[in-house]
Design a protein around this ligand. Structure first.
Ligand code: IMP
Length: 234
């Protein structure tokens, strides 16, 4: 049996998105007083990680690994946490998927706005009756934790999926990204018609985070089995 972790475990969030940080920090710090959550910005780190992989899991791992290898020497116990999200539309063979942020064509490859992406999606879906789709988030954890005098390294991913359909036109004003055109089957509302609180209880990202949190909790138990790089069961 392993010894318990005793010193602070620094969790580094690989995102510059303030909303994601505000959502994640309290959830993660609630797991254990040993966890301290910080961001690249707070550490004074500037890094631009190009998402070159063809899958959400590949890109989430790529980001977690890059941050881990950059910062692991600074902390005795560290976990790099990265996420990647995509909207998969059945009639478009899973597109935009991993390219959700860069879907609409723009001059000179400038990143499209959320509105441009939504407009492009509705244009590509014109006349298509099968509007089934899903949001998928993969969270990757890459860590090294000191248990007693033994360093334990792990890599792990979790996934959250929500099924829905693409509406014929935008509905609702809350949220961001594709929220106004993603109708959640279990609620008959688009994400943009929900309050932040409601979305955060059922969203793809919330489901992935809940699983990651459960896995991090079990990691702290001395009798637990090591985390691996496979998805935890849904
Ligand atoms: P990211 O991996 O979280 O940066 O997400 C990639 C893209 O997917 C974003 O630029 C958004 O267009 C879209 N996206 C991610 N999460 C959501 C969401 O919760 N609602 C709507 N769109 C989202």
């Amino acid at each position: 049996m392993r010894e318990s972790a005793k010193s602070t475990i620094t969790i580094i969030l690989a995102t510059g998105n303030r909303e994601k940080v505000n959502e994640l920090r309290p959830l993660l710090e609630n797991i254990s007083p040993l966890f301290r959550v910080t961001t690249l910005k707070e550490l004074g780190v500037e890094i631009d990680i190009e998402e070159t992989e063809q899958t959400l899991e590949g890109n989430a791992l790529l980001k977690a690994r890059a941050i881990f290898s950059m910062l692991s020497e600074r902390f005795s116990s560290i976990i790099a946490l990265a996420d990647d999200t995509g909207l998969e539309v059945d009639a478009l063979q899973g597109v935009p998927g991993v390219y959700s942020a860069r879907y609409a064509p723009t001059p000179d490859g400038i990143a499209p706005t959320y509105q441009e992406n939504v407009r492009h999606l509705l244009y590509c879906m014109k006349g298509i009756s099968d509007r089934n789709s899903r949001f998928r988030t993969v969270i990757a954890l890459k860590g090294s934790i000191l248990f007693g005098d033994k360093q334990f390294e792990f890599e792990h991913t979790t996934e959250g999926v929500v099924s829905g359909s693409i509406t014929l036109e935008p509905k609702g004003t809350a949220g961001f990204g594709y929220d106004p055109v993603f109708l959640v089957h279990s609620t008959a509302k688009t994400y943009a018609e929900m309050s932040i609180t409601e979305k955060n209880t059922l969203s793809h990202r919330a489901l992935a985070i809940q699983k990651a949190i459960a896995d991090l909790k079990s990691l702290l138990e001395p009798s637990s089995t090591p985390l691996t790089s496979t998805h935890s069961p849904q």
